[in-house]
Design a protein around this ligand. Structure first.
Ligand code: CA2
Length: 151
């Protein structure tokens, strides 16, 4: 069964516990539940979170090796991790979609958040639509999963 990896970067396990004006009140467990409920029967969704850059990179390598499309909120790594960007290129160059998701709109926030080193190599970017962005990304990926060789 094709599997979509939903990868989340540092501090996102705290979602729903503080800064609700920016990130809303849903937790990552809520996001996981909603994604699994929204996924078509033939599509598996696996949500993961890590605070560790190396682990996030290894999950992108795993996505390449297992032909898994990726939805990723790289959190603060977005703004400076060239290693994450390089690993993201491996995903998209393998012909797999990688959708970058941000719950908030980084462009409305501090200057340092205006740069994403991932966006330039992502398939697409969804930002500022709250946790619904994950669902929109899944809708996009699920609609195309049948035409991704090996997925
Ligand atoms: O808007 C997003 O989804 C971000 O990727 C979230 C990151 C931030 O560094 C990016 O600039 C934009 C922050 C994740 C921290 O998540 C928390 C959520 C709620 C409470 C505490 C942390």
């Amino acid at each position: 069964m094709p599997r979509v990896l939903v990868l989340n970067g540092p501090n996102l396990q705290r979602l729903g516990t503080r800064e609700p004006a920016i990130y809303g009140s849903a937790t990552l467990a809520d996001v996981e539940r909603d994604l699994k409920a929204a996924a078509p029967e033939h599509v598996e969704v696996e949500l993961r979170q890590t605070d560790d850059e190396a682990t996030l990179i290894s999950w992108l390598h795993e996505a390449v090796d297992t032909r898994s499309p990726v939805i990723m909120n790289p959190a603060a790594f977005t703004h400076y991790s060239y290693a994450l960007r390089d690993a993201s290129v491996l995903v998209t160059e393998a012909g797999l979609p990688l959708i970058e998701v941000h719950i908030s709109n980084p462009h409305r926030r501090e200057e340092f958040r205006h740069t994403s080193v991932v966006s330039g190599v992502a398939t697409g970017v969804i930002a500022g639509l709250g946790v619904e962005g994950y669902l929109l990304a899944l809708r996009y990926v699920a609609a195309r999963i049948g035409s991704i060789p090996g997925a």
